[in-house]
Write a protein that binds this ligand. Sequence first.
Ligand code: PEP
Length: 257
Amino acid sequence: MRRKLVVANRKMNGSIPENKVFLKELIAGTEDFSNADFVVCFPHPYLGQAQDILTGTPIAWGGQNMSRYDHGPYTGSVSAKMLVEFGCQYVIIGHSERRGRGHDSDSSVGERFQVAVKAGLKPIFCMGETLEEFEQGLTDLVTIRQLNSLIQQVGIKSLTQGILAYEPVWAIGTGKAASPEHAQSILHFLRGYLILKDPEVGKHISILYGGSLNRGNAVDILSMPDIDGGLVGTASLNTEEFIEICQAANAFMVCDV
Ligand code: PEP
């Protein structure tokens, strides 16, 4: 059974007072939305605050990155175990804003996936093509390369211990979302590829779409059959808009496979 999932990626935004208002409003605004699941990924310093406010609510929280190492001389890094100590259930890995700056390679993202799962976290594995690759018609090739690299490292069966997110780089933070048809066709292709490799994994894996998802396109995108939810950056900074996206996800029936 695949339920819709909406994940807020708050990136490097917020403050203690702002987060408090956001979370209180989010808890109240989503209390009737029991058909979908919601997660907020905060900058690391705010995870304690998320834990204080969200414990006992249906909303989960997570980090936006983590180290592939358990501990040691890695100044500025945060381990999976530390995220778990702050009650995180999720962690975003391989986001294009990190891959693009050279912090994360295909192989180091695979290592993070494994370490996250071992620590009891659900990694949200991001993949997607750049504008140049999109214009050259390379979307399938790039996403499959990223996915295959993960499969080679962690094994196909482990994939369902995490979440996949197709995030075309050209759609992230640009206000230009992929069309619902494009997003659906890529997710259908990725799911089909996984079904060929392992039918159970392909049918059960949760695949999100991310990239300028907003109140105007959420219903059309989230109603697509292979799109199991959304990763939301900019629009998660507007609480009312984010709640509308959650409402859109809640409106669609779970996919019973
Ligand atoms: C993201 O960064 O994961 C994202 C989807 O951002 P935005 O919604 O702003 O495109």
